[in-house]
Design a protein around this ligand. Structure first.
Ligand SMILES: Nc1nc2c(ncn2[C@@H]2O[C@H](COP(=O)(O)OP(=O)(O)OP(=O)(O)O)[C@@H](O)[C@H]2O)c(=O)[nH]1
Ligand SMILES: [Mg+2]
Length: 154
């Protein structure tokens, strides 16, 4: 609930395999944000995560034309912790590729999942709030213009 407005959150867990990739685009449409996961024990999966981000940026955007918020998850930290050097590389990568944040997580041990999800949802709600404000302002401008054109009529 945000400022007495009920918000519905729908989550889709999209399969990452190449053969179903095309089908996943259906879920991009109208999405407000994403968590993109890679496996810290398999460095090549980071390339896959960057491809997903690239695809998302090409296919979804906010009403103001900006990219939707995307958080990068470095998963399986129960097996391998992200070292300090890699953390700073990830930091730079996130900035360069437009991820709003990254978290090291473990789906197995339930580490940092709430934090990452809450971070993303906070950004989605902020964007929703801004777009509602913009709509309200536009409506007021329209009403003022209508009133003005009526008052000058005949
Ligand atoms: N150690 C560890 N293993 C994990 C973690 N998350 C997933 N796994 C394991 O990694 C493997 C792949 O996990 P999935 O959840 O199937 O991965 P996925 O990316 O959702 O795969 P698709 O849905 O097929 O795209 C499974 O064997 C999981 O048990 C984690 O946080 N830690
Ligand atoms: Mg899956």
């Amino acid at each position: 609930m945000l400022k007495n407005r009920l918000q519905h959150l729908y989550l889709w867990d999209i399969a990452g395999q190449e053969r179903v990739r095309g089908l996943n685009r259906v879920y991009f449409k109208g999405s407000s944000g994403a968590l993109v996961v890679y496996d810290v024990t398999n460095g090549s999966t980071l390339d896959g995560a960057l491809n997903w981000k690239h695809e998302l940026d090409g296919q979804v955007m906010l009403r103001n034309g900006l990219p939707v918020p995307v958080v990068l998850l470095a998963n399986k930290c129960d097996e391998t912790k992200v070292c300090r050097r890699n953390a700073s590389l990830l930091e730079n990568l996130c900035q360069g590729k437009g991820f709003i944040e990254w978290f090291q997580t473990s789906a197995k041990e339930n580490i940092n999942l709430d934090e990452a999800a809450k971070f993303l949802v906070k950004h989605i709600l902020q964007n929703n709030e801004e777009s509602v404000k913009e709509e309200e302002q536009n409506m007021q401008i329209n009403l003022k213009q209508q009133a003005k054109s009526k008052s000058t009529c005949c």
